[in-house]
Design a protein around this ligand. Structure first.
Ligand code: ZN
Length: 457
């Protein structure tokens, strides 16, 4: 008995060492293959330049679906298929105009961008402008001051926060709920300082909400420089007037698709490890960082596994979600079908924070799952991945949350993300090849490690 125990004891470290060694060799192979002959960057260029931006329901979104299907098929996974969903169909229209006039500045034409879902103006809407930075301020002004006027939300993102996502989180309520709160007090429309730390003339768009119980009013983002200039105009002349003309409208919901590819698992074909991003984008720029980057990185996982001959134990499923930006119908429908069919998901990893230098992963799972992910830290440290902490996974994978599946988000450096987020500047030229590829390799390495070791420790 004693002798057997001793043999096991001696053999164990050697076994662990060889496991670690095997892992580090494979992680190295994944990074080498991506950095030397990765296809993420050329796929991103192709998506951005042949399809361009691709809002759900638009003609371009169907081109993007065909592109996704064709690109995945090229890498020979076991299966590529479309999953039907219904999506909202909002169109921007041809005219978007917002100008200001005061006694001093006769006419100031602002750079504006209607928020997705906003109603149009049905002609020109006019009114004075009430500037606020908080909900309390708006409440205090009340109907007496707000009725018949525009509300101008001008709370800037906090530059002292190290994560720009936290700064965004502190301001995004203005964009999402601004029309509701101003509408309660009888405002005729709202304009919101763009959610970016960059001082420029690019307006950023994004999603917003109406309530049936509150009159709907038009809602636009204006650039940070215009917000600054407007604020100065109002200081000099409190009767500064705005004129707004928007032709945007919402059409009936329409059919669309998630694009899905799979490599069947050799040991657990019925247990899924998902990697994904969202194929739709806002209808400005090219959706390069948001979320073309996540799309091509997810596709790279399939390509790298096939190229390196990795035969996964679990089924690896790559999901190019549709409609993250204005409804998350892709994510919700996918999760509904998973529940209906009783499919088991081990992990879902999303890349949707831009194609910037990867720093690590945020984990929305059980403490045990977090521990397993953290156990890969030493293997991934040589690739400058050092963030392995509890945190948010992603919008598309969010609806899968059930207390069992581990949701993981790729965490790239956040400093430049909001320079481009939902703006005309989110183009291919603003994505760096190496940074994008490092993200693709990081995702593939994490999928490889979780597939190999699972969470059953
Ligand atoms: Zn996104």
């Amino acid at each position: 008995m004693k002798k057997i125990a001793l043999v096991i004891l001696l053999a164990l470290p050697a076994f662990c060492f060889s496991q670690d060694n095997e892992d580090s060799v494979m992680v190295r192979k994944i990074f080498d293959a991506e950095m030397m002959e990765g296809q993420a960057y050329e796929n991103l260029e192709n998506l951005c330049k042949t399809v361009g931006h691709r809002l759900s329901g638009s003609a371009a979104s169907y081109k993007a679906i065909a592109w996704g299907q064709k690109t995945l098929e090229r890498y020979n996974p076991d299966k590529v298929y479309l999953q039907e969903i219904m999506v909202p169909h909002w169109v921007r229209g041809n005219t978007e105009r917002l100008d200001f006039s005061s006694t001093e500045d006769k006419l100031y034409v602002s750079h504006c961008c209607a928020y997705g879902g906003s109603i149009g103006t049905n002609g020109v809407v006019k009114g004075n402008i009430i500037e606020v930075k908080s909900w309390d301020e708006l409440k205090l002004l009340g109907e007496e001051k707000v009725k018949g006027n525009f509300v101008f939300y001008n709370r800037p993102m906090n530059p002292t926060l190290m994560s720009t996502f936290h700064a965004y989180g502190g301001c995004y309520d203005q964009r999402y709920y601004g029309a509701i709160e101003a509408g309660k007090h009888g405002a005729v429309g709202v304009m919101v300082r763009s959610l970016t730390l960059k001082k420029d003339f690019n307006p950023h768009t994004g999603s917003m909400k109406y309530l049936d119980s509150v009159p709907a009013i038009p809602s636009v983002g204006i650039s940070t420089m215009d917000a600054h200039n407007l604020s100065e105009m109002i200081k000099k002349d409190p009767n500064t007037e705005a004129r707004m003309k928007l032709e945007c409208k919402t059409l009936p919901d329409t059919t669309s698709y998630n694009v899905i590819a799979e490599i069947k698992g050799t040991e657990f074909p019925n247990k899924v490890i998902l990697v994904g991003g969202h194929l739709d984008s806002w209808d400005v720029g090219e959706g390069a960082h948001d979320d073309g980057a996540g799309i091509v990185q997810s596709i790279e996982v399939i390509r790298l596994f096939k190229e390196l001959g990795i035969k996964p134990r679990h089924t690896i499923r790559c999901v190019l979600y549709m409609n993250e930006e204005n409804g998350n119908r892709g994510g919700k429908t996918y999760a509904d079908l998973v529940k209906k069919e009783g499919e088991e998901h081990v992990m879902a990893l999303e890349s949707d924070r831009g194609g910037f230098t990867p720093r690590g992963f945020s984990v929305d799972g059980t403490p045990e799952q977090l521990k397993v992910i953290q156990s890969f830290q030493d293997l991934l440290k040589p690739y400058n991945l050092h963030v392995f902490e509890k945190g948010y996974g992603g919008v598309d994978i969010g609806p899968l949350k059930d207390g069992k599946v581990c949701l993981v988000g790729l965490v790239p450096d956040s400093q430049r993300y909001f320079d481009f987020h939902h703006a005309p500047t989110d183009t291919f030229e603003n994505v760096n090849e190496r940074e994008l590829e490092l993200g693709a390799a990081s995702v593939a390495a994490m999928i490889y490690l979780v597939d190999k070791h699972g969470f059953e420790k």
